[in-house]
Design a protein around this ligand. Structure first.
Ligand SMILES: O=C(O)CCC(=O)C(=O)O
Ligand SMILES: [Fe+2]
Length: 306
């Protein structure tokens, strides 16, 4: 498995839990990133509204991420601001990773719930882990809607994740939110590095102050950046694997049909929902990246002893 961290202790903690919490940037860098958020926000094209997604039965969008801004130039500017400021700390911590998507995540009073989800898959997760560096720019607490995770849930569910692909945990979201989440209170400038496949959530901001955070999604530098896409108007029984890059995501939003990108292959897809019992079993079983390794090891042993 491709290494994630330069530090081996962090590496084993991350493999076990699907996330680590570490100090990340200085107070000055935090202030700088906050100032730049307010300086650049005038260029924002506004968020896509649920009416504009083209999905008739679409739910209201409760969260405010740069990714769903309507102005690609603004998204590019935010990407440049965040990647420049994060680079030195990121290069120290991660073992040769490159950024793919950058977000400011803004929660005003009584808003900003991020529904239970796993992030999309951004590369082949049997061979590597892609990560999100989640770094609040104000102290992030249970009251203001900090990030919450299900420890150990990484690489256990939804290997093919992307827009419009049904989610196998969809029927038990309420149970997971009530019974399995751990809130990660995080000081401004510290960060949580999470495996993009971990199950996570965040609640509304109950305070009067803005809860501002950054998410930077990164993949191993030498890996292809993939995007799994289902178009239910064509077929709900296959997922296309697209080869994409940073520019693709500047133009893209979750409701758009990708155009002009290379389709590497199509994977047959069958959907199934799981219940809370299976959820627990899967968390305690090996992940989809480990199964293959163990299997590989067994066939190696058989080869040796035959
Ligand atoms: O900022 C939040 O509350 C949610 C962040 C998140 O979903 C992510 O970083 O992947
Ligand atoms: Fe997320």
């Amino acid at each position: 498995m491709r290494k994630v961290f330069t530090d081996i202790k962090l590496e084993s903690e991350f493999r076990k839990n699907g996330y680590v919490s570490v100090p990340f940037i200085s107070k000055e860098e935090v202030q700088n990133l906050k100032d730049k958020f307010f300086d650049s926000i005038i260029e924002s094209g506004g968020q896509i509204t649920s009416g504009e997604t083209g999905i008739a039965e679409g739910r209201a969008i409760t969260y405010d991420f740069t990714f769903i801004d309507k102005n690609p130039e603004y998204k590019q500017r935010v990407f440049d601001i965040i990647t420049k400021e994060f680079k030195p700390s990121m290069d120290k911590l991660l073992d040769n990773y490159r950024p793919i998507i950058a977000n400011y995540i803004r929660k005003k009073n009584e808003t900003g719930e991020v529904p239970l989800h796993q992030n999309w898959a951004f590369a082949d997760e049997r061979k590597c882990s892609t990560v999100s560096i989640w770094c609040p720019l104000v102290d992030s607490t249970v009251e203001n809607g900090t990030l919450q995770v299900v420890p150990g849930s990484h690489k256990r569910f939804g290997e093919l994740r992307g827009p419009m692909i049904p989610w196998e945990l969809d029927n038990i979201k309420k149970e997971i939110i009530e019974n399995h989440l751990v809130p990660l209170e995080t000081k401004a400038g510290d960060c949580v590095i999470l495996d993009d496949s971990i199950v996570h959530y965040s609640a509304v901001n109950k305070t009067n102050d803005l809860r501002l955070a950054i998410q930077l999604i990164c993949i191993p530098s030498e890996f292809s950046s993939l995007h799994y896409h289902m178009d239910p108007s064509v077929s709900s029984e296959k997922v296309n694997v697209l080869e994409v890059d940073v520019d693709f995501y500047m133009q893209f939003n979750p409701w758009k049909k990708p155009t002009g990108v290379k389709i590497l292959r199509s994977i047959p897809y069958t959907h199934h929902f799981i219940d809370e019992k299976e959820f627990m079993q899967r968390i305690n079983a090996p992940g989809f990246d480990e199964e293959k390794t163990k299997h590989g090891l067994m066939s190696k042993l058989k080869e040796v002893f035959s």
